[in-house]
Design a protein around this ligand. Structure first.
Ligand SMILES: [Zn+2]
Length: 340
């Protein structure tokens, strides 16, 4: 089968790989209907993170189950399924508390490489959520978005305690930031301020329900947020980048007693304890427990109540994955969908 492999920063190739087979009795093998490139795949692509080269790529996936191990009971061959980047048993104490991405048995699906024709998913019963039926083609991008970016944005909104009547700030205008607008709207936020300086992304943010755009960054951005919130800062801030600058921008844009939901993968972020102490801000985040939200998200998408698939502004055949990485790296595309 074919699969995208990163050989070193900047060098992604679609190569022939061994087709995965069942290893454990709890595994499933799925034939992928679609996969995509994640903003977090850009960290190693840009050399900001080292992988075990050569590394199979991709951790977002939807597809049709081909085969299941003998201990798999809920998931059956022929079903269309959505999964997320960490496999989880969904039965341990941590999972039952809603933190499936820290499951005591968690396994990174990305290590298997979902930018491919076929994928092995560990802990299939706990990890995969089946749709009511085979979806029509036009729903596939939205279901694929639920696999990571939408679920991550949802967790950001929940962690930031977004709710009715609140002012929400979103730091980051990648796919997660844009879907955080959709989530904030769903949770009935009154005002949704997006920090973005890219016109095409601002347009999609507005379509999803953003009420204000702030183009300034860093201290200037914080000053602008304060101006828009009577000098107080926002009730809820969703951080969807993962840099020192974006994290400080998020914390400093939050009012005392407010909440930051941070879901951008942190890279070399250091927080000063004394500033945190006096900020009176709640911090919660980390790798999103997407599995917690998947049944609800699949339901919302299936009933066409939300349309997160709009973040895919470039669709390519799997063979052209290298061009997809290049487009995302140069910010010519928000998010790239790959057709096996
Ligand atoms: Zn668990």
């Amino acid at each position: 089968m074919r699969g995208a492999v990163m050989f070193r920063p900047g060098d992604v190739r679609v190569v022939e790989r061994d087709e995965p087979r069942l290893i454990r009795p709890t595994d499933a093998i799925i034939r992928l209907s679609a996969s995509c490139i994640c903003g977090s795949d850009l960290w190693p692509y840009r050399g900001a993170e080292t992988l075990d080269w050569p590394a199979p790529m991709g951790h977002e996936y939807v597809g049709i189950v081909e085969e299941v191990g003998e201990e798999v009971a809920a998931i059956q061959p022929g079903q269309f399924v959505v999964g997320s980047f960490f496999a989880s048993d969904n039965t341990c104490e941590i999972c039952r508390a809603g933190y499936q991405s820290s499951c005591i048995q968690r396994a990174p699906v990305g290590a298997e490489g979902a930018q491919a024709d076929v994928l092995r998913v560990p802990l299939a019963d706990g990890t995969l959520v089946a749709t009511p039926d085979r979806p029509p083609d036009d729903l596939i991008p939205s279901l694929l978005a639920a696999s990571d970016v939408l679920g991550t944005a949802w967790f950001g909104a929940v962690a930031a305690e977004v709710g009715a009547g609140k002012t929400v700030v979103i730091v980051g205008d990648g796919a997660v930031g844009l879907l955080a607008v959709l989530a904030a709207r769903h949770f009935a936020a009154e005002r949704i301020i997006v920090m973005s300086r890219h016109e095409t992304r601002q347009r999609l943010a507005a379509e999803y329900g953003a009420t204000d755009i702030v183009e300034e960054r860093g201290d200037d951005g914080v000053r602008r947020i304060k101006e828009l919130t009577d000098g107080l800062g926002a009730h809820s801030v969703i951080e969807a980048v993962g840099t020192q600058e974006s994290m400080m921008q998020a914390i400093r844009s939050t009012r005392p007693g407010g909440h930051v939901g941070y879901v951008g993968v942190a890279h070399d972020v250091e927080l000063a304890g004394d500033e945190l102490f006096f900020s009176h801000v709640h911090l919660h985040g980390g790798p999103a427990p997407v599995r917690r939200f998947l049944p609800e998200l699949v339901d919302l998408i299936w009933n066409r109540l939300i349309d997160p698939g709009k973040v895919f502004d470039l669709e390519l055949p799997l063979d052209e994955a290298p061009a997809g990485y290049d487009a995302m790296d140069r910010r010519r595309a928000i998010k790239v969908l790959l057709h096996p």
